[in-house]
Each structure stands twice: as structure tokens, then as C-alpha cells.
Ligand binder design. Structure first.
Ligand code: TXA
Ligand code: MG
Length: 352
């Protein structure tokens, strides 16, 4: 059960965060409260990572299964080292290249880190975020901040403060609203306790960028965690995750799907990619000027992977709020830079 809280929202500059607001947020964290704050990927729901009770309240607020470990955010490499029982040389190289930034390193955990943070596991995921508000908060509070994405469990991650507010009003003490996040997808997670290191979650830092630093990276897909009774072999790998409430369908032939669904009387959201194909122009002509126009809500997405990633959750949040029956998503290209996007779409489409 979560404790009801009254939620305060503060607008804060993303470039030059107001020190008094940062101070207020640090105080909330020090007394065991919850603060939602922007990172360069998505908004996080933060608590003092060294306070087991505070971290428990993150799980309660999100309705997160206790088998899913939480990423710990720190201000710099030294703070990261203080949470690890062993800091491999490869960690130094990766940190040097990618921190502050969107790469989470899974390393052996120090006994200082409460078990609740790591879901009882012997490793901890750590990153230094690049967002000025997140960094200012970490520097002010002088504590590691445990922070999953600031959404209810399995739902879409938030890229604006309003997404956080709608999901967690009454469940978080303070929301720092610094506008939209730039990255839009969660960090890349790699486990460097294994040899070779293993990709646990694709994200904004690409496989190729990591391989350029460490050589080999095991990218075989992590076994998904289907039951809630068995312990997670690879934590945080629920097949349904990052999902809108509306049914979602990824299709290589979306014009056909849309036509079929419209004919069956459904209201459709369509996340469209690239310029209109002949089939699509045909469909557009058929629905223009008819009442079918009212039944399809189209969002045109950029054909550039980084820009697509930045807009994906916002587009899905928007369509999810539009009382539709199905969201049809054009299948993106099957190339490396689209890996994280495919991962999120696959989980979003997984049946409930
Ligand atoms: O971009 C991000 O990473 C955002 C922002 C807020 O930093 N955070 C985020 O956290 O996405 P969350 O809790 O929603 O995702 C954490 C995921 C887990 O589901 C799991 O896949 C992985 O990170 N993870 C964390 N700690 C781990 C560990 N010790 N071992 C294996 N996987 C871990
Ligand atoms: Mg999450």
C-alpha cells in the first residue's frame, strides 16, 4: 500500500536550475520522501538509495513488483565506485566515455546498498545522468538517488512532467518540471559482471558505440521473465512493459490493418513512419471527406531513429488518451540504431 501524499509541482529551468528549488528537493529526499525529476532519458521517481524504507515507498507508489531492481543515480564516478564491491577496469573506460549520460552499468553491489534497491540481487545498476537538474540535485543532496522511471509499473515512461503528474499525483511529494526530456527512451543497461559484458536493455547508447570502447558485447536477447512467482533470472525483463492501455499492434502492412480495422468499426490510432506509400495515398483518399476521418488519428513520426525515440512515448501517451480501440504502429527499419525502439514496441504490444 502507498501512503497518500500531497504532490507539489515546481517549474524549474532545465539549463539553469534554481538553487532554492534544488535545495527543497534535496530536503524532501533527505527526510525519506519521493521526488520526480527530469533526466536526459525520461523522468525518474527518486528516493535516497541508502534509505531502505524510502526505496520501498518507490515500489509502493509505482505498484512495481519487488523482483525488479532499481537504477541508482550518482553525481560522479567516485560516488559510483563507493556503491560497488568491485570496480572493473572496463567500468572506468565506459564511465569515461559515456558519463554523464544514458548508460547504466551493472556491477557487484557494495553492502552499503540496501537489498530492496537490487531486488535482493548481488549486483547494482548505476549511472551518472546528464540532465543539469538531475546533476544539480545529486550534487546538492550528496546521496545516491534510486530512481526508476516515474510511471506506474508496466505503463509508458514519462517524457514530460504532466505524464508524471497524471500517473503519480498523490503518490509523490515533489515533481520538478523542466519540460520535455531530450532522449525520450530509457538508458542502455549492460551487465559488466559477465564476460563478455551483456546487454540487458537496449537504449539511447547504441551497441556499436559500446563495442567501440570494450570490444565484445553479448547482445543475445535476455530471457524474459514470465511468471511473478519464480525469481527473475534476468531482473526487469517483463515481456509486457512500457505499454499504453490501448491495444497496440506493430505492422509491416499497416495500411491494410488500418483499412480492415476501420471497416470493422474500430477507432484507430496510427503511428506512421515516412512518406505516404501508394497504398496509403489510396487509403487517405478513401477516408478524406467521409466520417471515417473521425475514426483515425494519425501521428507522423520522424524516419530518423534518434528523433523517433525522442517522440515515441509522447506520441503513445497522446494516442492512449484519445479513447481509441487500437494503436497501429508502422514497423520501423530493422537496423541497429532502431534496436531500442523495437525492444519497447515489442513489450508495448505484448498482450496483457
Ligand atoms: O533512463 C533510465 O534508465 C531511467 C532514468 C530515470 O534514469 N530509469 C529507468 O529505470 O528506466 P527503471 O527502473 O524503469 O528500469 C530499470 C531497469 C530494470 O528493469 C532492469 O532491467 C535494469 O534496469 N536493472 C537495474 N538494476 C539492475 C541489476 N542490478 N541487474 C540487472 N538489471 C538491472
Ligand atoms: Mg521503467
Amino acid at each position: 500500500m502507498f501512503n497518500p501524499r500531497s504532490t507539489v509541482v515546481r517549474r524549474i529551468s532545465a539549463e539553469q536550475p534554481d538553487p532554492s528549488m534544488i535545495h527543497e528537493a534535496a530536503e524532501v529526499l533527505r527526510r525519506g520522501g519521493l521526488v520526480a525529476f527530469p533526466t536526459e532519458t525520461v523522468y525518474g521517481l527518486g528516493a535516497n538509495a541508502l534509505d531502505a524504507k524510502a526505496v520501498e515507498s518507490i515500489f509502493a507508489a509505482k505498484g512495481r513488483p519487488p523482483t525488479n531492481p532499481i537504477i541508482v543515480h550518482v553525481a560522479d564516478v567516485d560516488a559510483a565506485k563507493s556503491l560497488a564491491s568491485n570496480w572493473p577496469e572496463v567500468a572506468d573506460r565506459l564511465a569515461k566515455r559515456f558519463w554523464p549520460g544514458s548508460l547504466t552499468l551493472v556491477v557487484p553491489k557494495h553492502s552499503r546498498v540496501p537489498d530492496v534497491v537490487t531486488a535482493g540481487g548481488s549486483t547494482v545498476g548505476i549511472r551518472v545522468p546528464a540532465h543539469p537538474v538531475a546533476l544539480a540535485l545529486l550534487q546538492a543532496v550528496q546521496l545516491p538517488i534510486a530512481a526508476p522511471s516515474a510511471n506506474r509499473a508496466t505503463e509508458l515512461s514519462p517524457t514530460i512532467a504532466d505524464h508524471v503528474f497524471r500517473a503519480l499525483d498523490g503518490r509523490v511529494d515533489l515533481i520538478l518540471d523542466a519540460g520535455p526530456t531530450s532522449g525520450g527512451l530509457e538508458s542502455t543497461v549492460i551487465d559488466i559482471t559477465r564476460k563478455p559484458p551483456k546487454l540487458l536493455r537496449p537504449g539511447l547508447v547504441s551497441v556499436a558505440e559500446i563495442q567501440a570502447v570494450i570490444g565484445e558485447l553479448d547482445t543475445t536477447r535476455v530471457a524474459e521473465h514470465h511468471g511473478s512467482d519464480e525469481p527473475a533470472r534476468s531482473p526487469g525483463q517483463q515481456p509486457r512493459h512500457y505499454a499504453p492501455r490501448t491495444r497496440l499492434l506493430v505492422s509491416q502492412q499497416s495500411e491494410r490493418e488500418v483499412t480492415k480495422l476501420l471497416a470493422a468499426g474500430h477507432r484507430i490510432g496510427w503511428l506512421r513512419l515516412g512518406s505516404a506509400s501508394p497504398l496509403e495515398r489510396d487509403l487517405n483518399e478513401r477516408i478524406a471527406g467521409t466520417e471515417l476521418r473521425e475514426s483515425v488519428k494519425i501521428v507522423d513520426m520522424p524516419i530518423h531513429a534518434t528523433r523517433y525515440a525522442a517522440q515515441l512515448y509522447a506520441a503513445l501517451h497522446e494516442l492512449d488518451g484519445a479513447q481509441l480501440d487500437v494503436i497501429v504502429v508502422d514497423l520501423p527499419p530493422q537496423t541497429d540504431e532502431w534496436l531500442a525502439i523495437h525492444d519497447r514496441l515489442r513489450r508495448a504490444a505484448y498482450p496483457e
